[in-house]
Design a binder for this molecule. Structure first.
Ligand SMILES: NC(=O)c1ccc[n+]([C@@H]2O[C@H](COP(=O)([O-])OP(=O)(O)OC[C@H]3O[C@@H](n4cnc5c(N)ncnc54)[C@H](O)[C@@H]3O)[C@@H](O)[C@H]2O)c1
Length: 372
């Protein structure tokens, strides 16, 4: 018996186990949150009511106030481990180009998602970037939401108006995982080339896994402000380098997070035993690390299928001096036990940002925000 007399009736096949043999009758109102239906299963009539609550909405301020990079590290580390075992579904990102017109754009919308097998939630992320005309409106050029979905029911649980904050956190968390497996426990001097939003999350993440270090900053802009802010926030010494070369001479760990228009280090600037954690390149137009540095390194990718297209690995592959065979490991392989740092080799960790990290931060966000 149907609850809504105005509903149009139709018969559908319901998937059951391996067979498509069961039939039921649903209302078109099933597309809405609530409906009642009567299914016929092996001749038995089963009355079933289904109803999903509306997803919770978490605004930007709530997210920023309650989520820290430290919250995400363990979950992101586990997600990398699962990723390298093939236990994360990370579809290729989708892109919608918003052409400039009197009514719209210009701008870009990127849609990414991921599911770590066995997790309670999966995540779909919508990031709008490069809406430069917003500046004339007094608005930022970027915005975005994460939709966190119940993996058992497929029902959206939450919409997080994160405007990039959750992406920055999961990127910092990946930096922490890279540090954990490729740097000494103590005595690190960490250089930050590029001193913007990602650099701040990398510094916080580094402090979560290596609580004592000396920081050195270099950027085309904002290095003084970055050094002062991080020093106060983390209670660690930060200085500003005169040049990228000067920074390399002082540092055994180098985080690069520039906009990727130019390479920012040179091979003969680097000390033995240096770890470079590069995250600025996430598009095929960007490159921060020169091909000869990559070739000379023990090269570790977050996800080879991405770094070979939009990360640092793209450059040396195109130049014909490296192939995917030259990849030492994916970051998740280190999580799963492959040795990271073994001696004074040069290590480059190439972070392009994966759907596994998005899925991980989505799960963390749901656990934390749902309980406040
Ligand atoms: N890998 C990932 O998962 C991931 C995630 C988010 C953003 N990103 C990328 O990270 C990069 C940085 O993002 P952001 O939000 O911190 O940007 P931002 O604009 O806040 O900061 C970039 C900084 O780099 C500096 N810079 C640019 N070119 C430089 C150069 N040649 N030498 C020294 N400093 C230079 C700028 O002065 C600025 O301080 C972008 O390319 C962004 O697309 C990557």
């Amino acid at each position: 018996m149907l609850s809504s007399s105005s509903s149009i009736l139709k018969t559908v096949s319901l998937r059951s186990g391996r067979n498509w043999i069961r039939h039921g009758t649903v209302t078109t109102a099933a597309a809405a949150a609530t409906a009642t239906t009567t299914n016929i299963r092996h001749g038995t009539f089963i009355k079933r009511t289904f109803s999903f609550p509306a997803p919770k909405l978490f605004d930007y301020d709530t997210i920023v106030k309650n989520l820290k990079v430290e919250d995400a590290i363990e979950s992101v580390e586990q997600a990398f481990g699962a990723l390298s075992k093939g236990k994360v579904d990370v579809p290729m990102p989708m892109h919608i180009g918003i052409e400039e017109s009197a009514e719209a754009g210009p701008g870009d919308c990127h849609i990414k998602g991921g599911y770590v097998f066995g997790a309670k939630t999966f995540t779909v992320k919508l990031a709008c970037v490069s809406f430069y005309k917003n500046l004339e409106r007094g608005l930022p050029p970027g915005s975005g939401v994460f939709v966190i979905v119940d993996a058992a029911t497929g029902a959206p649980l939450a919409i997080c108006q994160e405007n990039r904050a959750m992406t920055d956190l999961r990127t910092g968390a990946a930096g922490a995982v890279a540090m954990k497996y490729t740097t000494p426990l103590e005595g690190n001097t960490i250089g930050f080339i590029g001193c913007g939003a990602i650099a701040r999350n990398m510094a916080r993440a580094a402090a979560a896994v290596r609580p004592q270090f000396q920081g050195v900053a270099y950027g085309l802009a904002g290095a003084d402000e970055f050094a002062a802010q991080m020093s106060e926030e983390l209670g660690l010494p930060f200085t500003v380098a005169e040049s990228a070369k000067d920074l390399c001479a002082q540092s055994n760990v180098i985080f690069t997070q520039t906009t990727g228009a130019n390479t920012v280090v040179e091979l003969d600037w680097l000390k033995p035993g240096t770890t470079i954690i590069a995250s600025g390149s996430d598009q095929p137009t960007k490159q921060e690390i020169p091909n000869n540095v990559l070739k000379a390194s023990k090269y570790i990718a977050d996800l080879v299928k991405q770094t070979s297209k939009v990360g640092e690995l793209r450059g040396p592959i195109q130049a014909g001096i490296m192939t995917e065979e030259d990849v030492y490991a994916e970051l998740g392989d280190l999580v799963n036990g492959k040795p990271g740092r073994e001696g004074d080799e040069l290590i480059v960790v190439d972070l392009t940002g994966t759907g596994a990290q998005d899925a991980a931060i989505g799960q963390v966000a749901w656990e934390k925000l749902n309980n406040i």
